[in-house]
Ligand binder design. Structure first.
Ligand code: S3P
Length: 166
């Protein structure tokens, strides 16, 4: 029997890949990440795609990456932080076990700082984080079956909380 799929959503820097890999290890299953799938398929970084092709083009590629991964993978799947912005992508998540890893704005600023590899945070991280969280929080909550707060917790503690909640 194949392991059930667990989808991780949440803002960039919240620890989706670290916790996702720990979760996969504990469950004895595989880990996959749609950002990595896109980079591998395109042979370009996410930042290059954003700059050269624009965010809308990236979201379209992301939707297809989520669709493929949901069809092919049965372990732990981490989505990019903005994947939930697309209504079709949110619809793809209906009926899945979706864990929302949450953090507050100050934790987000502390964890990501000035990260130029993340194009959405390049200018004024605190202001941009506040706007991002306001625009997205309800969308994460809409797709989530479980919410795990990560503030002040280590990846191990978050992983344990997610396993308890699942
Ligand atoms: C994004 C999050 C990133 C990546 C891209 C856009 C976002 O993924 O998909 O930079 O819109 O929040 P991570 O959450 O894995 O950093």
């Amino acid at each position: 029997m194949s392991a059930p799929l667990i989808v991780l959503v949440g803002p960039m820097g919240v620890g989706k890949s670290t916790v996702g890999q720990l979760l996969a290890e504990r469950l004895g299953t595989g880990y996959r990440d749609t950002d990595e799938d896109i980079v591998a398929a395109r042979g370009r970084t996410i930042a290059e795609i954003f700059v050269d092709e624009g965010e809308a083009a990236f979201r379209a590629q992301e939707k297809e990456a989520v669709r493929s991964a949901l069809g092919e993978h049965d372990g732990v799947l981490a989505l990019g932080g903005g994947a939930i912005l697309d209504a079709d992508t949110r619809a793809l998540l209906a009926g899945q076990r979706v864990v929302y890893l949450s953090m507050d704005v100050e934790e987000a600023v502390r964890r990501t700082g000035l990260n130029v590899a993340r194009p959405l945070l390049a200018v004024n991280p605190r202001k941009q984080w506040r706007e991002l969280m306001e625009a997205r929080r309800h969308l994460y909550e809409e797709v989530a079956t479980v919410v795990v707060a990560t503030d002040g917790r280590t990846p191990d503690e978050v992983t344990r909380a997610a396993l308890d909640a699942l």
